[in-house]
Design a protein around this ligand. Structure first.
Ligand SMILES: NC(=O)c1ccc[n+]([C@@H]2O[C@H](COP(=O)([O-])OP(=O)(O)OC[C@H]3O[C@@H](n4cnc5c(N)ncnc54)[C@H](OP(=O)(O)O)[C@@H]3O)[C@@H](O)[C@H]2O)c1
Length: 268
């Protein structure tokens, strides 16, 4: 593993660091972090054994890979020394909605820029991270990026013009699925179950179904059909979903999220 600098030390960096250390337990000395005026960097360093850098130059000078992980709104006011400090380094941004062209204004001399969009399951190593790059990645840099991103799950290279649509699916998708599980739980209560039972049944059903789908690698419709007997209970429910335009609702949900993601990345 090459030395990695994390600028920002919040939830996202904690997920990456935990994943990297789980895979390479002896590598804490190669990871450094620096936060803002709060306590997250000191707390992360104390918990994991990674280095808490004393300054921006102290953070970045030894690193080959620099991960930018403060809040997107902090980019505009980022320290101007970053332009020179990141010269020749590979810069990976996890900032939601910040385009590579915007990043290039702050890190003009980086050897390449990677825009990523992790999602919240990254916190338990079960995320999927679409990413795009300013220029095609050299083979060695591709290996660095894949090594970093696989610390918190899977990763998927995409053209930058697909990133807003990807954000609407994998970035916002956990919230849509949590809302679905909450609706399933509430429906279970309406059907007569105690709330705790309904919550457990809904959660484990979502989890098991997603794992089955990933394991079987078939279309979700194929697995849906397997549990749908003619004139059975599942079919009665599915008919109601169709009559209530469930697919159209989800389509509208995702398109609204994509439009907002486009607006936010255009603002940057
Ligand atoms: N969490 C997710 O699942 C997720 C998913 C996709 C994308 N992201 C992206 O990941 C980034 C971080 O999100 P998060 O959830 O990890 O946020 P977070 O937990 O609030 O952490 C923000 C971090 O930024 C630091 N910071 C604040 N001002 C700074 C500055 N001027 N220079 C350097 N560091 C500074 C904070 O340090 P102090 O404590 O010292 O203030 C803190 O360590 C965001 O850009 C977000 O868009 C997150």
């Amino acid at each position: 593993m090459s030395d990695i600098a994390f600028l920002g030390a919040g939830n996202m960096v904690a997920a990456l660091v935990d994943g990297l250390l789980a895979r390479s337990p002896g590598s804490a000395a190669r990871l450094s972090c620096l936060g803002g005026s709060g306590r997250t960097a000191a707390a992360l360093a104390a918990r994991t054994g990674i280095r808490h850098a004393t300054s921006l130059p102290d953070l970045i000078a030894p690193a080959d890979l620099v991960v930018i992980a403060f809040k997107p709104q902090h980019l505009a006011g980022a320290d101007p020394r970053l332009a020179d400090l990141t010269a020749g380094k590979l810069v990976v941004s996890v900032l939601a909605g910040k385009r590579t062209s915007t990043l290039a204004r702050v890190f003009p001399r980086a050897r390449n820029l990677v825009r990523t969009m992790p999602n919240t399951p990254a916190a338990i190593g079960a995320g999927i991270t679409p990413y795009c790059t300013l220029r095609p990645l050299a083979a060695a840099d591709l290996a660095l990026v894949e090594d970093l991103l696989s610390a918190c799950g899977q990763h998927l290279p995409l053209a930058e013009d697909l990133m807003d649509a990807a954000t609407a699916i994998s970035g916002c998708g956990p919230a849509f699925l949590f809302e679905f599980v909450a609706a399933l739980r509430d429906a279970g209560v309406a059907a007569g179950l105690p709330a705790e039972t309904a919550q457990r049944l809904a959660t484990e059903t979502a989890l098991g179904s997603a794992r089955l789908l990933a394991r079987r690698q078939v279309d979700p419709e194929a697995l849906r059909n397997q549990v749908t007997s003619p004139n059975g209970a599942t079919q009665a429910g599915l008919r109601r979903m169709e009559a209530m335009n469930f697919r159209d609702l989800i389509r509208q949900t995702v398109l609204a999220a994509k439009v907002r993601a486009e607006e936010l990345s255009a603002d940057s």
